[in-house]
Every structure is written in structure tokens, then in C-alpha cells.
Design a protein around this ligand. Structure first.
Ligand SMILES: [Zn+2]
Length: 315
């Protein structure tokens, strides 16, 4: 989760002269609690990210979320911004998420990314201890709230859709609409316009009923514990070169800084669930083991994989 400097002024007015970072001991994620007390991972608290493992509970009522406006081309323009902590795309109005066990309708505000370095992965959540190359967060605010300050006072004020990003040989043409613009926001504070496109094009559209659900926090200061997390099981695929545009061409410093610093490994460390319930949607498959996927379903999944490799090898 990433917020603009403006938000910190509203939420934490006393510390607006300080900033957080990922790569220096005095301001890295382990030190955030010194500046932002709510970032201290105290016992029984609901911090994010977490590792997703087999200790999850199947919830048959968790079906597709309703993604309003995600198939449409929104009017106006979107804004891509380097805020020194991530690359954020502010998407204006017109889109919302609901259903899938969410307690309300949430308006879509922005999406942003977390990544690693040239030779290391950088998703925030991990799956069975595995970190994906990147993670994308689509941030949505409960529609009853007039602003983020109000939403951060509500235990379910935000709903974030998280997507793992993995790497294949081919470029992702839809993702390219963002990655091609990164050179315009290489330095902190830079912004550029993006022509709206159907946001669904970025998402694993055939697997949107497969996800995990838990209650957690922002993964950036002030680490507010107000987030209903939805982590999708099937990743978004991009190319190595599209990944490299994030890991080696974005800087956490301003253009005229004496020393430029690449923005890398902008993820928070994993937190304990402290026994929190993590739910598996009705159709989720990968981590189904202890969550109760019947053996016959597991077998048919294996058959599909074998059939798939047979078809591929037969071509
Ligand atoms: Zn995030």
C-alpha cells in the first residue's frame, strides 16, 4: 500500500518532516514503528503482508467479486506517479468493487506496484514461503466515506485486491500501457497521463473466482489495520524486460538529487497471522490441501495438467 505525502500530512501531522524508506536502517520497515507507532507489529495485531500457506479455511460463499466498470474505458485520463515509494496509477471515478464477501461497495482509487531488485523477487505476500517477482495492489475505499481519513478509522474501510506478477518470455501488451510510460516517472515527484483502458485487461480474467481473503493492514505507514485483503491465486504474467523497467529504471530520489538511488525491494516484511483466519474462495485450487479440496478434485486437476502437457507436447 502506498500513499501520497499529502495523506501523511492529514493522518500523521507531527511527523511530516520525516519519511519512510525500504533500504536504510533508520527508516526501513523495521524502523517504521519509531515514526508511526501503529506500524509496531504488536501481539494479536492484524498486520500485512502475511505468508499464505495451507492453514486456511474453505469458504463456499466466497465467489466472484463484482468489478463494476472494470470492463469499460473510463472517461478523462489516469495519472501515473512516482511518489518515491512506488509507481501509483490514480484512476479517478467510475469503478467499484463489491460482493465476494466484502461488507460494502468500495470505490476504486488507485493501483500501485511492489517489486524486488535485478536479481531478487519483491512481492509483499508470499505463497508457501515463495516470493513472486512483483505484486500489484488495486486500492478501493468504502463508498460511505467522504475521504481516506474517514476510511482509515473504519476496520473495513479499505478493500485491496492483490495480484501476484510472474515473468514469462512474452510481453504483456496490456501491462505495456503502463510499463511503457515508466520512463516519464523515473524520478520521485514525476507524473504523466495515461489514457484509460479496461482495467480488466490487466487481470487474470479467467481465474477471478480463485482468491484468498483475510483482514490486515496497509503495508506502508501508517500501517492502519483497516484492510479487507483479497489475494488472487493466479498471477498476472509480464516479460523480463517489463519487469526490468521497474527494478532498474525507477528511482526513489528526485531528478536533481546529488545522489540517485534506485527504488528497489519496496516490500514490507512478512508478519505473523497470530491465528487469524485466512479464507479460501470456493474455486481456489493451489493451496487447497488442508483447506479441504476433495481428493477427486485434486486428481482431476492433475489430469488437466497432464492433459495440458500432452496437448502441448503433441503440437
Ligand atoms: Zn501496496
Amino acid at each position: 500500500m502506498v500513499w501520497t505525502a499529502a495523506l501523511f500530512f492529514i493522518v500523521v501531522p507531527l511527523v511530516n518532516s520525516e519519511d519512510y524508506c525500504y533500504d536504510e536502517p533508520q527508516c526501513d520497515p523495521y524502523a517504521w514503528g519509531d515514526m508511526y507507532p501503529s506500524c509496531h507489529p504488536l501481539l494479536e495485531e492484524l498486520h500485512s503482508p502475511i505468508n499464505l500457506d495451507h492453514q486456511m479455511t474453505r469458504n463456499q460463499s466466497l465467489e466472484y467479486l463484482h468489478l463494476e466498470g472494470f470492463d469499460e474505458i473510463q472517461t478523462g485520463h489516469w495519472t501515473l506517479k512516482n511518489n518515491g515509494h512506488s509507481v501509483v496509477m490514480e484512476v479517478g471515478g467510475g469503478m467499484s468493487v463489491s460482493g465476494g464477501g466484502l461488507p460494502d461497495v468500495y470505490h476504486t482509487i488507485q493501483l500501485h506496484f511492489h517489486w524486488g531488485g535485478p536479481a531478487s523477487n519483491g512481492s509483499e505476500h508470499t505463497v508457501d514461503g515463495r516470493r513472486y517477482p512483483m505484486e500489484m495492489h488495486i486500492v478501493n475505499m468504502k463508498s460511505i466515506h467522504p475521504n481516506l481519513t474517514a476510511a482509515l478509522d473504519d476496520p473495513t474501510g479499505l478493500a485491496v485486491l492483490g495480484f501476484f506478477i510472474d515473468v514469462v518470455y512474452a510481453d504483456n501488451v496490456h501491462f505495456g500501457l503502463i510499463s511503457q510510460k515508466l520512463s516519464s516517472v523515473a524520478y520521485k515527484g514525476q507524473t504523466t497521463k495515461i489514457k484509460p483502458f479496461p482495467l480488466m485487461n490487466l487481470l487474470p480474467k479467467h481465474n477471478m473466482s480463485q482468491y484468498y481473503r483475510y483482514y490486515g493492514s496497509l503495508t506502508t505507514p501508517p500501517c492502519s489495520q483497516v484492510v479487507v485483503w483479497t489475494l488472487y491465486e493466479v498471477p498476472v504474467y509480464i516479460s523480463w524486460s517489463q519487469l526490468a523497467q521497474f527494478t532498474s529504471q525507477i528511482f526513489s530520489t528526485e531528478e536533481d538529487a546529488e545522489q540517485v538511488t534506485p527504488l528497489q525491494r519496496n516490500f514490507r516484511h512478512i508478519h505473523s497471522t497470530f491465528g487469524r483466519k485466512v479464507s479460501v474462495s470456493k474455486d481456489a485450487k493451489l493451496l487447497a490441501g488442508a483447506a479441504g479440496l476433495p481428493l477427486s478434485s485434486a486428481l482431476s486437476l492433475l489430469q488437466i495438467i497432464l492433459l495440458g502437457s500432452f496437448i502441448i507436447s503433441g503440437l
